[in-house]
Ligand binder design. Structure first.
Ligand SMILES: *[C@@H]1O[C@H](CO)[C@@H](O)[C@H](O)[C@H]1NC(C)=O
Ligand SMILES: *[C@@H]1O[C@H](CO)[C@@H](O)[C@H](O)[C@H]1NC(C)=O
Ligand SMILES: *[C@@H]1O[C@H](CO)[C@@H](O)[C@H](O)[C@H]1NC(C)=O
Ligand SMILES: *[C@@H]1O[C@H](CO)[C@@H](O)[C@H](O)[C@H]1NC(C)=O
Ligand SMILES: *[C@@H]1O[C@H](CO)[C@@H](O)[C@H](O)[C@H]1NC(C)=O
Ligand SMILES: *[C@@H]1O[C@H](CO)[C@@H](O)[C@H](O)[C@H]1NC(C)=O
Ligand SMILES: *[C@@H]1O[C@H](CO)[C@@H](O)[C@H](O)[C@H]1NC(C)=O
Length: 343
């Protein structure tokens, strides 16, 4: 059915499609990974997660029917979005989690959003919506981008994965594939663009990546056409995470080296992100079918095609903590990294 649908539109449609950009506050910070390490409690490294409260060690079926609340501004979006956590490594050997802060352009009361990320579903580029038919994801769909095993630029050159050294909370544009080398006055933004070409058949694959293909060029530029192997254009999902490094400005290592590490003990090249689809019913496709952009699709106080909630309601939603351990204090070791192992 799904396949019939996209083929029909692929051949006939040339219509405008929405571009979504919205904030989600933190729903949980813990050592779980229902996508790459299903059932593992705890998983190998700490993640920061946003979205629905159905987040758990194992996640199957239609997540849109399992969660009761979401930390995202759109109340029908029970998807989970997550990345590793950034830690500061002190010269004395201790680690401290870097706090997150919200994008300053998300609309009303944005600065009250608790941590979290900015989520995008786009097609064309940053400032316009597109005219190809975009197929929304189906229940059960999941994917990852990047890999914690990448540790240098030889194989760490995915244009969809990047960092911006924030001179102010509004700095955008200049991107690097590894952590910035110098202190960044307002923090570091981590950027993850997922692939947007789907094989049209598989909701997942053994490596969680080969059912997808990336023609992303980074920087929210228009992506290239999808190849015959992965012909179905799905939304271009992207995350932006603002890591507030300012608390560590006066603890910068005396040798000038870069002190931030990902929670898997990795450098910037190993950045990766996970997506688990959970929009309720046909709400994502309904939104994509619209011609709205960003706030115009609905934001607190702005009526749009999607239902919204207030920042206060977003911040109230939390997922159950399955792994009880300290991830926030000054730590002697990164959680999970005491067994001698990078993943
Ligand atoms: C949602 O609410 C139902 C009914 O109260 C409950 O059984 C279920 O566990 C809740 N789900 C989550 C993810 O909290
Ligand atoms: C390292 O420095 C931090 C910040 O001053 C401190 O809280 C922590 O206890 C120190 N760790 C060790 C092992 O001395
Ligand atoms: C990166 O390259 C190394 C060495 O060629 C390889 O072992 C590793 O699997 C690669 N990682 C990825 C994600 O391609
Ligand atoms: C990149 O990393 C791989 C292992 O992941 C290693 O084999 C290779 O030598 C590294 N290259 C550079 C330039 O460091
Ligand atoms: C970033 O952290 C600093 C120091 O802890 C804090 O004063 C500031 O308010 C934070 N910035 C934002 C935008 O949350
Ligand atoms: C989206 O648009 C297509 C093409 O016009 C239509 O067939 C489909 O029913 C629409 N889906 C929703 C949920 O509105
Ligand atoms: C913004 O926050 C204030 C104070 O918490 C609240 O009264 C107001 O409804 C909020 N506005 C929106 C659009 O969420």
């Amino acid at each position: 059915m799904l396949k019939m649908n996209w083929k029909l539109h692929f051949l006939t449609a040339s219509v405008a499609h929405a571009a979504l950009r919205f904030g989600c506050s933190t729903v949980s910070v813990q050592r779980l990974d229902p996508l790459v390490e299903p059932g593992a409690n705890p998983s190998s490294h700490v993640h920061q997660i946003v979205g629905g409260n159905a987040f758990a060690p194992t996640m199957k079926g239609d997540i849109g029917e399992q969660a009761n609340c979401t930390t995202c501004v759109y109340t029908e979006d029970f998807s989970n979005y997550w990345t590793a956590v950034m830690y500061f490594r002190h010269e004395n050997g201790s680690y401290k989690r870097v706090p997150q802060y919200p994008n300053a352009q998300l609309g009303h009361n944005d600065t009250n959003i608790k941590g979290g990320m900015t989520i995008y579903y786009t097609e064309k580029d940053f400032s316009s919506d597109g005219d190809q038919y975009i197929t929304g994801f189906a229940p059960g769909f999941r994917m990852t981008v990047g890999s914690p095993t990448v540790n240098n630029k030889t194989n760490g050159t995915n244009p969809g994965l990047a960092y911006t050294c924030l001179q102010s909370i509004l700095t955008r544009g200049s991107e690097t594939p590894d952590f910035p080398k110098k202190p960044c006055p307002a923090g570091i933004m981590a950027i993850h663009h997922f692939p947007a070409c789907w094989d049209g058949k598989n909701l997942d694959s053994p490596d969680h990546q080969s059912h997808m293909f990336s023609t992303t060029r980074g920087h929210f530029l228009e992506a290239g056409p999808c190849p015959a192997s992965h012909p179905v254009r799905v939304p271009q999902v992207a995350y932006e995470t603002m890591w507030n490094t300012t608390a560590f400005a006066d603890m910068w290592p005396s040798d000038g080296s870069q002190p931030f590490v990902w929670s898997f003990m990795g450098n910037g090249y190993g950045t990766h992100a996970d997506y688990l689809f959970g929009w309720k019913g046909d709400s994502l496709q309904r939104a994509i079918n619209d011609t709205c952009m960003f706030h115009g699709c609905g934001s607190p106080g702005v009526q749009g095609v999607l239902k919204t909630q207030t920042v206060e309601e977003m911040n109230k939603c939390e997922a159950r903590t399955a792994v009880e351990e300290d991830v926030d204090g000054w730590l002697d070791e990164l959680p999970g990294m005491n067994m001698g192992g990078v993943v």
